[in-house]
Design a protein around this ligand. Structure first.
Ligand SMILES: Nc1ncnc2c1ncn2[C@@H]1O[C@H](COP(=O)(O)OP(=O)(O)OP(=O)(O)O)[C@@H](O)[C@H]1O
Ligand SMILES: [Mg+2]
Length: 400
């Protein structure tokens, strides 16, 4: 009788799997190279007066008056004569207000003398718990609000990098990611890998597949006591450029490995995203237990790690889903005010925009049903604004 290996069908299937893989990969490479045009990078849309007012805190009437008085830079108008502002122009207006407005400082929310850089890791080892979505929306919202933001992609899957319009598998196949600054042999200054993005006030330290090397190299480095250890490597890399930013938002991979620990140990605060379902919450409990244990061990070796804040965000929330609402209530009853009051709602605007690598801040308002966009903007802005208070508190300021 024939053994399995001799069975002709088995052999041809195995062979065709390999052949399929090779053809797919060739075709994908070909497609990517042909469709990739670095010069056609993403650009950011312009903003309407109501949006400028919401972002800056300047009333619509004041905005109009100050334009008439010639205090603000003249901006483009649309076919109906309405002003349209670029993110950069919004920032210029903010600076004019800071110089001339009553209570001018309020228009510049970033660091002041003596304030430290805030480094915030978005973390959870549950895959698909909205980490990258949260990271990019917070980074963009804070950039639009006038903070100088660096987004750091610590996930070799590089979803955050891709959302910014880069093609890591082509552009950063050999170098150019945060790995270059973290690696143990000949690390480069982080400034060499940081890219400007099409978002004013927002830079990116990209990721790519190569970053997965960091995990194995760290295991080796620990055995051979290579200095500085993983516990300090991101903090040291960020030190070089810390004066250029107010906030660093770090997107972590869905594991609690050395890469995530490196991010956690460089952070001043943590935001844990959790989808309020039984499985997700159980998985988060496990994550917290493991993270707690690891941190305790590290603290015994290197002294206390002092985070300024730890918050939980209820993510991808569907208020009409009864079990989800119960689970969200359960989380709040146990984790109390560590859970942000505002949840990030589940919305087709986020998932649809995600398919074309856009955020809700990049969508043209005409691309989506207004009610859908307004609802999710209110939710995401609400999350960002509430969390902003935590950041301001870390700088010793209170925001009403
Ligand atoms: N509020 C939301 N509404 C609708 N879809 C969402 C929402 N948040 C996230 N998603 C979708 O869920 C998927 C997973 O989200 P995301 O990539 O942000 O999770 P993640 O935690 O970063 O995943 P990973 O663990 O793989 O890094 C994405 O397709 C995203 O578009
Ligand atoms: Mg992610």
């Amino acid at each position: 009788m024939n053994s399995k290996a001799d069975f002709p069908g088995a052999k041809s299937i195995a062979a065709s799997i390999s052949a399929n893989a090779a053809r797919l990969s060739d075709a994908l490479n070909h497609h990517m190279r042909n469709s990739f045009q670095p010069e056609s990078r993403k650009t950011l849309r312009k903003f309407h007066p109501a949006e400028v007012s919401e972002l800056t805190g300047i009333s619509m009437s004041n905005l109009r008056t100050r334009h008439q008085e010639g205090d603000f830079p003249e901006v483009e108008t649309d076919s109906r004569g309405r002003r349209l502002y670029s993110a950069e122009e919004i920032d210029q207006i903010r600076r004019v207000m800071a110089r001339t407005g009553r209570n001018g400082e309020a228009y510049l929310p970033g660091r002041r003398d003596g304030d430290g850089l805030q480094i915030i890791s978005i973390v959870n080892f549950k895959g698909g718990s909205s980490k990258t979505t949260t990271a990019i929306h917070l980074a963009q919202r804070y950039a639009l609000r006038g903070y100088r933001v660096l987004a750091v992609d610590m996930d070799p899957q590089a979803s955050l990098t891709t959302m910014f319009g880069f093609r890591p598998e082509i552009e950063f196949a050999e170098s150019g990611t945060v790995y270059d600054a973290l690696k143990y042999e000949d690390p480069v200054p982080l400034s060499q890998v940081v890219r400007k993005t099409y978002f004013h006030n927002l830079d990116l330290a990209p990721a790519g597949l190569l970053l997965s090397e960091y995990e194995t190299e760290t295991a080796y480095a620990l055995q051979h006591k290579v200095d500085p250890p993983f516990t300090q490597r991101l903090a040291i890399a960020l030190d070089e450029i810390e004066a250029n930013y107010d906030l660093v938002i770090v997107d972590c991979p869905p594991q609690l490995g050395f890469t995530t620990m490196t991010a956690l140990l460089a952070s001043t605060g943590l935001l844990i995203t959790v989808v309020p379902s039984m499985l997700d919450v159980a998985s988060m409990a496990q994550f917290l237990e493991m993270a707690g244990e690891t941190v305790r061990t590290l603290e015994e070796a290197t002294g206390p790690i002092d985070w300024s804040f730890l918050k939980y965000l209820v993510a991808r929330f569907e208020p009409t889903d009864v079990p989800q609402s119960q689970m969200a209530g359960f989380l709040r009853s146990i984790l109390l005010d560590r859970v942000l009051t505002t949840p990030m709602l589940k919305s087709t605007a986020i998932s649809d925009a995600g398919m074309t690598q856009q955020t809700i801040y990049e969508l043209e308002p005409s691309q989506v049903v207004k009610k859908t966009l307004d609802r999710i903007l209110e939710s995401v802005n609400g999350v960002a604004d509430e969390f902003e208070k935590t950041i301001q508190q870390a700088w010793g300021r209170t925001v009403e």
